[in-house]
Design a binder for this molecule. Structure first.
Ligand code: AMP
Ligand code: MG
Length: 428
């Protein structure tokens, strides 16, 4: 009965609660070079090895000076020059200015930099060159200078444990002198596609067969969520094949199964998980697509555990086999659990607001939150992203999935949405 199943919000809360408890168990730590750190999760805080910036730095090409003197619009003698890379110079005499380049240290005594575009330069004087602030300009102390230590002081924690490392974090690590980073080991995630109809990608399917597209898709999703994908051979729709396949997964920290969780005669995954000792947290969610999704955990077999060592639970998700269902349910539920297992501080699915371009259909089943493949255009003329449904032939339509870049969320109490509505989208 549908009403006995949790709603999307209830299932999401269960998963978030489970993920929060997983996040307290810290994975093991390894060291990686900066070049291979993208996508990894920081296992030790990243700290400033010196003040940032390490010296008062000019943010402009121009002339370092005293703001009060320059603002009187008197000619200032040019007495020196500092290029980026030069050691800090000075002191700056009274009534003088100092040529300076972007990124160069400001000479002692100067408290501002006049932009080169804001001065007149007089080259012909007997006293040497002089510069003068344009009469229309005023200069405040501190202008065009970033003070030493303004961004960070030596020893400050700049990134906490659990930060996912992207290009900006790599830049910060490089600035602070880290050529390697301490990161959490990636959790090993077993991916088990089930189904008699599946053949490998390099095989021409016979009539009635299809290529296994979920395994490579889920492997990519696992990698993107911070795990190490371990794709197992496809399992046939028999109790024996499923039992054997599950027995191979003892070394995995998480299991993603695809197919075999619906109500059909050959949907045997749930009983196989039960035989393997699974504790189920839910065996369906009021969403479309993806309603038959199952979530729970397996305990390690006693024999696989060294005496005195308590091994962690192994969460599993049994995803419905239709590719769009697999993709949506992974993003909504499996990705947050995996991110927590990987030690990441940010684990939730990513939702955003967008403006709907055209009416949605009115065919949604009442009581189900729908997640429909859509394309979102960011950076349009209006200030909100614009979202448009992709036309699709149901949850087996991989081409539609591949043309989409997000999912439109249709709330369970809403049969359809109208053009112009502000709606939620699930980002992938
Ligand atoms: P199931 O969840 O096993 O009932 O499968 C639902 C639909 O998804 C069926 O049309 C299957 O053929 C298809 N399907 C199941 N597993 C996969 C897979 N690994 N790759 C592509 N399609 C699949
Ligand atoms: Mg099947």
């Amino acid at each position: 009965m549908i009403s006995a199943l949790p709603s999307y919000d209830e299932a999401a809360a269960l998963v978030a609660d489970y993920a929060a408890r997983l996040a307290m168990l810290r994975p093991s730590v390894q060291s990686v070079s900066l070049a291979s750190a993208a996508g990894r999760v920081l296992a030790r805080p990243l700290c400033a090895d010196q003040d940032q910036p390490p010296f008062a730095r000019s943010t402009r090409d121009g002339f370092a000076c005293r703001a009060a003197e320059a603002s009187k619009h008197v000619p200032l003698r040019l007495v020196g020059a500092t290029r980026a890379g030069d050691a800090p110079a000075g002191p700056l005499p009274r009534g003088a200015a100092w040529e300076i380049m972007t990124g160069a240290p400001v000479p002692k005594g100067a408290d501002a930099v006049m932009m080169i575009e804001h001065v007149t330069i007089d080259h012909a004087k007997v006293h040497g060159q002089q510069v003068q602030l344009l009469p229309s300009r005023k200069l405040k102390p501190g202008e065009s200078i970033v003070a030493k230590g303004a961004q960070a002081c030596k020893g400050d924690e700049l990134l906490p444990v659990g930060t996912v490392i992207h290009s900006a974090q790599i830049a910060l690590a490089a600035t602070c002198g880290y050529s390697t980073l301490q990161v959490f080991a990636r959790p090993r995630v077993a991916i088990l596609a089930t189904g008699d109809e599946l053949v490998p990608v390099d095989t021409l399917p016979a009539p009635g067969q299809i290529r296994n597209s979920n395994a490579p898709m889920l492997a990519a999703m696992v990698a993107a969520a911070g795990g190490e994908a371990w794709v197992l051979p496809t399992a046939a729709d028999t109790a024996e094949a499923l039992d054997n396949a599950l027995a191979q997964t003892a070394e995995a920290e998480m299991l993603i199964l695809s197919g075999g969780v619906s109500a059909g005669k050959f949907d045997l995954v749930e009983p196989a998980l039960a035989r393997a000792g699974a504790r189920f947290r839910f065996t369906g969610v009021r969403i479309q697509p993806g309603k038959p999704l199952v979530f729970g955990h397996l305990l390690p077999k006693r024999s696989s555990t060294a005496p005195g060592v308590r091994r962690a639970q192994r969460p599993f998700f049994g995803l419905p086999g239709n590719p769009v269902s697999s993709a949506v349910t992974f993003l909504l539920f499996a990705a947050p659990v995996l991110a927590a297992l990987a030690g990441s501080r940010v684990t939730g699915p990513r939702f955003a607001l967008a403006r709907l371009s055209a009416d949605t259909d009115k065919h949604g089943k009442p009581g189900l939150t729908r997640f429909l493949p859509a394309t979102c255009t960011f950076g349009g003329a209006s200030n909100l992203p614009e979202v448009n449904l992709v036309s699709w032939q149901g949850s087996g339509d991989i081409a539609a999935l591949a043309r989409s870049n997000c999912f439109l969320v249709v709330p369970e109490e809403t049969p359809s949405l109208e053009a112009g509505a502000i709606v939620r989208i699930l980002l992938n």
